[in-house]
Write a protein that binds this ligand. Structure first.
Ligand SMILES: Cc1cc2nc3c(=O)[nH]c(=O)nc-3n(C[C@H](O)[C@H](O)[C@H](O)COP(=O)(O)O)c2cc1C
Length: 317
């Protein structure tokens, strides 16, 4: 199961994303807030600063483009792909009046012909994959109904659905019946997004939509940065929460310190700790790798480096 940090313009920039990943677990990747395509055929590197690989070493990121013009989109997408990205996302969801009134974001959803022409042109020229993030429509869910026959003709990487209408902005509730209907209309990989604020919200959605294995969360994670960790450890009980990991770490430190005091010499100490890890490794996502790495250490320094690695990078093993 994958949890994606949603793009929240003005908050989830690369500094936020990187710092988040240093403190909290459970988020597998993020989507960057949109970059608008431009008519000009030159783009300053600072325009792409938020998605530069050097600024995104700690958390993988999918770049997103806001555009209604396929040629402008392709130009910007190529610049992004040249940076090493394999997929770009097309924003068909933004509800902001200044955006939708220019037929961009969710403002394009009532126009299936424009969307078809856009996809025809873009998918013929794009060197990488394309995913789409959208709402159910601008004014009515019938808009997305009319779009499925179009989306189903193209090789899209995935479609992220926030089941609200553009006209709702962020008011009212998500329309889960309409989301369920979408799942019957397509074989594209669908990502659910919208109003996951608590573990209980996730549990309900997960029960109702067992086919969904990617979840995008925005405001819920900004409010409770532990949320993704809580969801991941619920979903896979062998994963520990951050708090549990802290306790395990403190436990290991105390145990090691005590053995160090009483055992005569490093080889006895390491042998005792290796025995301990035979069981303790089960707290990590890949117990066999943990056991092997610990077993290979010949000095206390090597041992402590391996231990630090497991506590700090468990999600990456
Ligand atoms: C202030 C703000 C800025 C947003 N910026 C973007 C954006 O740049 N691109 C995008 O696709 N969605 C954007 N969104 C929408 C979110 O990514 C997400 O779809 C929406 O908040 C619903 O998910 P949530 O309930 O988990 O927050 C924004 C939402 C808010 C509130």
């Amino acid at each position: 199961m994958k949890i994606i940090l949603a793009p929240i313009m003005g908050v989830t920039d690369h500094i936020y994303r990187s710092t988040f990943s240093q403190f909290f677990s459970g988020v597998d990747l993020s989507m960057a807030p949109f970059i608008s395509s431009v008519q000009a055929r030159s783009i300053k590197p600072t325009y792409l600063k938020d998605i530069l690989p050097a600024n995104n070493r700690l958390m993988p990121v999918i770049p997103q483009i806001l555009s209604k013009d396929p040629d402008d989109f392709l130009f910007l997408a190529q610049k992004i792909i040249d940076l090493g990205f394999s997929t770009v996302n097309w924003n068909l969801g933004c509800p902001s009046p200044t955006v939708v009134n220019k037929k961009r974001g969710s403002g394009l959803l009532p126009f299936p012909d424009i969307i078809r022409r856009f996809l025809d042109r873009v998918l013929a020229g794009l060197q990488g994959g394309l995913s789409i993030k959208l709402r159910l429509g601008r004014y009515a869910v019938e808009e997305i109904e009319a779009l499925w026959p179009i989306f189903n003709q193209y090789p899209l990487e995935e479609i992220i659905i926030h089941p609200r209408l553009g006209a709702q902005l962020y008011t009212g509730s998500v329309d889960l019946d309409a989301f369920a209907q979408c799942l019957t209309r397509t074989n594209h990989r669908i990502v659910y997004n919208g109003d996951i604020r608590t573990l209980a919200d996730f549990i309900d959605l997960n029960k109702r939509f067992p086919r969904i294995d990617s979840w995008m969360i925005g405001r819920g994670l900004l409010a409770n940065p532990f949320l993704a960790g809580e969801i991941q450890s619920f979903h896979n009980p062998s994963l520990k929460s951050d708090k549990e990991m802290d306790i395990l770490k403190a436990f290991h430190t105390a145990l090691y310190g005590k053995y160090q005091e009483v055992m005569c010499g490093p080889s006895h100490l390491l042998s005792r700790m290796k025995g301990f890890w035979g069981y303790f490794a089960e707290n990590f996502s890949n117990p066999d790798t943990a056991r092997k790495k610990i077993h290979k250490s010949n000095t206390p320094d090597q041992y402590l480096t391996a231990v630090r690695h497991f506590f700090e990078d468990d999600g990456l093993l």
